[in-house]
Design a protein around this ligand. Structure first.
Ligand code: FEO
Length: 394
C-alpha cells in the first residue's frame, strides 16, 4: 500500500503478467488502482479485476475492517474495475455503492445487483465522509457512457478512472518516481488505443477539470500524477486537439519484396525533403496494433502498402485497417500502394478504405505488377516527397 495523503491509500493490484488486455498489447503489465479513504466514514474508490479481488481485500484489511466501509464508488463499469464488485458488495456488509444512473444500469447487466444497496450520484451530489467529501463529475464517453470522475476538494485529488492512465506495471506509485518520458509514452499509447475515438468528449472533460483545483490525479491504471500534472494535461490537449509532428508513417506488408521496395522508395523520397522530417517504414507483421495506434495519433501523413493475396490485402493489413477505422483518427493525408501478379487486390482495397475514412488521398494508388519498375520506384519517391511536403505544412 502507498499513502497518497494521510488516510488515503492505494490498495490496488499490479498485474505483472498480463500481456494482452482485450487485444491491447501490455508488454510491461498493468495495474488496477483502488483507493481507500478513511475518515469518520470509510470509502473505497473503484474495485479491481475479478481474479484479483482477494488481493484487494487483503490490502484493505491491513488498514481497515471491511465492515467499516460505508461507500464503494464505481467510476466506470468496465469489468477491469467492476469485476471485483460482486465479491466486495458481499464482503462489505455495510457498504452502499455510489455510481451514476447509466453505471447502475450497466452493472445490473453485468452482475446480479438486486441485493446491492446502490445510491445514484450526480454532478452536485456531495457525500460527506467527515473532514472530506466525495463529489462527482460525469465524463460520458471518456471512454464509456457511464464514465465518471470522483473529486475530493479538501485534498484536491481527482480520481479519474481510465483518463490519464497508462498500462504500465511498476513497483512505484507516483509520476516522480519513474522516468517521465516512459510514463508519457505509455499514456500516449493508452490514449491512442482506448480514448482516441472520443476526442471531443475528452476536450469537454478537460474544460470541466480546468475549473478544479487539482494537486493529484489518481487514475485507475498506472502511476498517480502529482508532480507532472501540467505535462499530462498538456499532452491530453495535444492528442485530443489533433496536434501533429512532422512525420510520415509507411505501413506495409509484403510477400516477395515488391511492396517493400516501393515502401523504401517512398520513405527515401520523404526523408529527402528535410533533415527535420521523420519518415519511417513499419512492417505490420513485425509490430503490434497497439504500437501502430500509438504512432498514428500525431502523424499527419500515412501511406499503406500491401501485396495482393487471393484478391485481398495481406491478412495483418486487414487487421490494421479494421483497427484504425474503429479508433476514428482525425483525417490524415494518405496514399495506397502495393503489388500483385494479376487482377485487382491490395492497393485498390486500401484506396477504397481510405475513401470510406474520408481521408485526403493525394495520388491514385500505385500498383506494381510482380516487380516495381525503376520508373515506378522513382514515382514512389516523388510521392513520398509530396507526402512529406504536405505533412510539414499541416
Ligand atoms: Fe480500465 Fe475502461 O477500463
Amino acid at each position: 500500500m502507498t499513502a497518497l495523503k494521510e488516510n488515503i491509500d492505494w490498495v490496488g493490484y499490479v498485474d505483472w503478467n498480463i500481456r494482452d488486455f482485450h487485444s491491447y498489447d501490455t508488454p510491461r503489465g498493468a495495474t488496477y488502482n483502488s483507493y481507500l479513504i478513511r475518515d469518520r466514514k470509510t470509502a473505497l474508490i473503484d474495485a479491481v479485476k475479478a481474479p484479483f479481488v482477494d488481493r484487494l481485500i487483503r490490502n484493505i484489511k491491513e488498514l481497515s475492517e471491511l465492515s467499516k466501509i460505508e461507500y464503494i464508488v464505481c467510476n466506470h463499469a468496465e469489468p477491469d474495475h467492476s469485476g471485483g464488485l460482486p465479491e466486495m458488495m458481499k464482503a462489505c456488509t455495510n457498504a452502499t455503492l455510489l455510481c451514476n444512473g447509466k453505471c447502475r444500469e450497466a452493472l445490473s447487466e453485468y452482475y446480479e445487483t438486486a441485493a446491492w444497496k446502490i445510491e445514484v450520484v450526480n454532478p452536485g451530489t456531495k457525500i460527506e465522509l467527515g473532514t472530506r467529501s466525495l463529489n462527482f463529475i460525469d465524463t460520458p464517453m471518456v471512454h464509456w457512457p457511464e464514465s465518471m470522475f470522483t473529486y475530493i476538494p479538501e485534498d484536491a485529488i481527482l480520481f479519474s478512472m481510465d483518463a490519464f492512465g497508462q498500462h504500465l506495471g511498476t513497483s512505484v506509485r507516483f509520476d516522480d518516481e519513474w522516468p517521465l518520458d516512459d510514463i508519457l509514452l505509455e499514456a500516449k499509447s493508452y490514449y491512442a488505443n482506448i480514448v482516441n475515438p472520443y476526442g471531443r468528449q475528452v476536450q469537454k472533460t478537460l474544460e470541466a477539470a480546468a475549473g478544479l483545483d487539482i494537486k493529484m490525479i489518481a487514475s485507475s491504471h498506472g502511476v498517480i500524477w502529482r508532480s507532472h500534472i501540467p505535462e499530462i494535461i498538456a499532452a491530453y490537449k495535444d492528442w485530443a486537439g489533433g496536434k501533429y509532428v512532422p512525420k510520415l508513417l509507411v505501413f506495409y506488408d509484403t510477400m516477395w519484396d515488391s511492396t517493400l521496395r516501393m515502401t523504401e522508395a517512398i520513405v527515401r523520397g520523404a526523408n529527402s525533403v528535410s533533415d527535420a522530417f521523420d519518415a519511417r517504414s513499419i512492417h505490420v507483421r513485425k509490430t503490434t496494433l497497439t504500437r501502430i495506434a500509438a504512432e498514428m495519433i500525431d502523424a499527419p501523413a500515412v501511406a499503406f502498402g500491401s501485396a495482393t493475396l487471393n484478391t485481398q490485402v495481406m491478412p495483418q493489413m486487414a487487421a490494421v485497417m479494421t483497427y484504425i477505422k474503429g479508433l476514428k483518427f482525425r483525417p490524415k493525408t494518405s496514399f495506397a500502394f502495393g503489388s500483385s501478379g494479376w487482377g485487382i487486390g491490395g492497393p485498390e482495397l486500401i484506396r477504397k478504405w481510405l475513401e470510406e475514412l474520408k481521408w485526403n488521398v493525394i495520388e491514385e494508388p500505385l500498383k506494381a505488377r510482380n516487380r516495381p519498375t525503376p520508373e515506378m520506384l522513382t514515382r514512389c519517391a516523388e510521392i513520398g516527397a509530396k507526402l512529406a511536403q504536405v505533412a510539414m505544412e499541416v
